[in-house]
Design a protein around this ligand. Structure first.
Ligand SMILES: *[C@@H]1O[C@H](CO)[C@@H](O)[C@H](O)[C@H]1NC(C)=O
Ligand SMILES: *[C@@H]1O[C@H](CO)[C@@H](O)[C@H](O)[C@H]1NC(C)=O
Ligand SMILES: *[C@@H]1O[C@H](CO)[C@@H](O)[C@H](O)[C@H]1NC(C)=O
Ligand SMILES: *[C@@H]1O[C@H](CO)[C@@H](O)[C@H](O)[C@H]1NC(C)=O
Ligand SMILES: *[C@@H]1O[C@H](CO)[C@@H](O)[C@H](O)[C@H]1NC(C)=O
Ligand SMILES: *[C@@H]1O[C@H](CO)[C@@H](O)[C@H](O)[C@H]1NC(C)=O
Length: 409
C-alpha cells in the first residue's frame, strides 16, 4: 500500500519536485497569511487553522464571497482560544495554473461575514494591475461586506423597501431581478441559468443634464449610477474608437473593454475568422439581449478570410453612460463566448460587476465550467482546478515520503 501510494505520487509529478506552501488562517485577525501565493502544478498548499472558527472555501473572482459549486471546501475548523499547537490543517493540491479564489465562509451573507471583512486568499491570481489581481479580488470582497452592512442597516429602518423595484430598468443590464427580500441576500442575484451568483445590478438614477460642447448645448437624459462616466462627449460628433474582433487564433475583442461617452462611435473591425458583436447583459453574457422590449444590437456574422479585403466593420454609436455588455455568438466549433470572447463599454471596474467578473460569468455559464454546474457534483474534484484532501498524520507521512522519493529522482 505504501509503495503504490508512493509510485502514484511520483507518477503524477514525474519531473517536478513539489513544494509545500504553508498558509496561516486567522493567525492575526481575519486574514490568511500570506494572502496570495504563486504555486506550481503539484505543489501542496497547507492551511493551518488558528483560534476561532474559519473555513477555506473556493469562490470565483466574480463572486468572491459565494461558494463555487463543487469547489474546494475545508468546512468549519473551530479551534479553541487556548490552542496554539497541533493546529488542524487542510491541504489543497494544485492541479493546474489557473487562479484559485478562496474565502472564509464564517457568517456568510451577514454583516459579520469574514469574507466581507477581507478574509480572502488566492493562488495564481493575476499580477498587480491585471483585472484579476488579488487587490481587485479583495476589493470586491470588501464591497460585498459594505453592501451587506448597508443592507442590514437599511432593513433595520422601518422602510425596508429599498430593494423592491428599480432593477432591470431600461439600461440593458438587468434581466434577473433579485427575488430575495431578506437583507443579507439583497445585494446578490443569480445569473440567467446555471446557478452562478453575481452582484445585483446597481440602481440607475435617471438624470437630465444640459451638456455643452464648444458652441453647442443640448439636453441629455441618461441612467446614472455609481461609476457612470460624465455624459459630455469629446466633441459634438464624438470620438471614434476602434476594436479589433478576432484574428488568426484569437478569440477576443481588442481592447476587451472601452470607456466611451455618448456620441462616440465604436468601430468593430472583424478579422479572422467568423465573428459577431452582439449585445447581451451582465446576467446572461452569452445570449442576445431581448428583455422587456429592449433588443440588443447585433452585427450578424462577419466572416473574414485571409484572401478577402478589406476587414468588414460594424459601428455602434454610444447613446448612454450605462454599461453595455456584448459577446461573439459564434458557436462553431464551440462557444466563443464561453471561451471568454466578451466585450464591455463603460463597465464599472471598481465594482463587482467589472469586466473580469463579466468574463467569468460567460465562462461559467457557457464555457468549460458548464459541466460543473450540472446537477450534483458532490466531490471536490468536479469544478475546481485543484483537489482538496483533509490530511491526517498518515497521509502527511506518505506525502513526505513521496517528496523524498522525487528528490532522489
Ligand atoms: C463554527 O461555525 C459554524 C458556522 O457559523 C457553526 O455552525 C459551528 O457551530 C461553529 N463551531 C463551533 C465549535 O463554534
Ligand atoms: C483549554 O481550555 C479548556 C477549558 O478552559 C481546557 O479544558 C483545555 O484543557 C485547555 N486546553 C489547553 C491545550 O490548554
Ligand atoms: C417590464 O417593464 C414594465 C414597465 O416598466 C415592468 O412593469 C415589468 O415588470 C418589466 N418586466 C420585466 C420582466 O422586467
Ligand atoms: C459563419 O458562421 C455562421 C454561424 O456558425 C455560419 O452560419 C456561416 O455559414 C459562417 N460563414 C462563413 C463564411 O463561414
Ligand atoms: C464605421 O465608421 C468608420 C469610421 O467613421 C467608417 O470608415 C466605416 O465605413 C463605418 N462602417 C460602417 C459599416 O458603416
Ligand atoms: C449559452 O448557453 C445558453 C443556454 O444553454 C444558450 O441558450 C446560448 O445560445 C449559449 N450561447 C453561446 C454563445 O454559446
Amino acid at each position: 500500500m505504501f509503495a503504490s501510494t508512493l509510485s502514484l505520487a511520483l507518477a503524477l509529478v514525474p519531473f517536478v519536485s513539489a513544494a509545500v506552501i504553508d498558509v496561516q488562517v486567522g493567525a492575526s485577525g481575519l486574514t490568511y497569511s500570506p494572502e496570495a501565493i504563486g504555486a506550481n502544478v503539484g505543489d501542496q498548499v497547507v492551511f493551518h487553522f488558528h483560534a476561532k472558527n474559519h473555513t477555506v472555501t473556493q469562490s470565483s473572482f466574480a463572486d468572491p464571497c459565494g461558494k463555487l459549486d463543487g469547489g474546494i471546501n475545508s468546512g468549519f475548523m473551530p479551534v479553541a482560544a487556548n490552542q496554539t499547537d497541533n493546529l488542524p490543517t487542510f491541504t489543497v493540491q494544485v492541479k493546474d495554473t489557473k487562479p484559485i479564489w478562496i474565502y472564509c465562509a464564517q457568517a456568510a451573507r451577514t454583516p459579520a461575514s469574514h469574507c466581507g471583512a477581507g478574509m480572502v486568499f488566492a493562488i495564481n491570481c493575476g499580477a498587480d494591475g491585471a483585472p484579476n489581481s488579488f487587490t481587485n479580488f479583495k476589493k470586491s470582497a470588501l464591497a460585498v461586506g459594505a453592501s451587506l452592512a448597508a443592507a442590514a442597516s437599511a432593513s433595520a429602518t422601518p422602510s425596508s423597501g429599498a430593494y423592491g423595484g428599480g432593477y432591470g430598468g431600461g439600461y440593458g443590464g438587468g434581466s434577473a431581478a433579485p427575488a430575495a427580500t431578506d437583507s443579507a441576500s439583497a445585494a446578490w442575484t443569480t445569473a440567467a441559468y446555471g446557478g452562478v451568483t453575481i452582484p445585483a445590478a446597481p440602481q440607475a438614477t435617471p438624470v437630465t443634464a444640459a451638456v455643452t460642447v464648444g458652441t453647442e448645448t443640448w439636453t441629455t437624459t441618461y441612467g446614472s449610477y455609481p461609476g457612470s462616466p460624465d455624459p459630455t462627449p469629446a466633441s459634438s460628433t464624438g470620438n471614434v474608437i476602434k476594436v479589433v474582433v478576432g484574428g488568426t487564433g484569437i478569440l477576443a475583442f481588442d481592447p476587451p473593454r472601452v470607456d466611451a461617452k455618448p456620441r462616440d462611435t465604436i468601430v468593430f473591425e472583424f478579422h479572422q475568422k467568423n465573428h459577431t458583436v452582439t449585445q447581451s447583459s451582465f446576467d446572461d453574457p452569452c445570449r442576445k439581449l431581448n428583455a422587456n422590449g429592449t433588443t440588443g444590437f447585433d452585427s450578424g456574422f462577419m466572416p473574414f478570410s485571409d484572401t478577402s479585403a478589406p476587414f468588414p466593420t460594424f459601428n455602434f454609436t454610444v447613446t448612454d453612460t450605462a454599461p453595455v455588455w456584448a459577446y461573439c455568438r459564434q458557436q462553431l466549433p464551440s462557444s466563443h463566448c464561453g471561451a471568454g470572447m466578451v466585450f464591455a463599454i463603460n463597465s464599472d471596474e471598481s465594482s463587482g460587476r467589472n469586466f473580469a467578473a463579466f468574463q467569468n460569468v460567460a465562462k461559467a455559464l457557457n464555457g468549460t465550467a458548464v459541466a460543473a454546474n450540472a446537477p450534483a457534483p458532490t466531490t471536490t474534484t468536479a469544478a475546481s482546478a485543484a483537489a482538496a484532501v483533509k490530511v491526517g498524520p498518515i497521509s502527511l507521512t506518505l506525502f513526505a515520503a513521496a517528496l523524498v522519493g522525487s528528490l532522489v529522482l
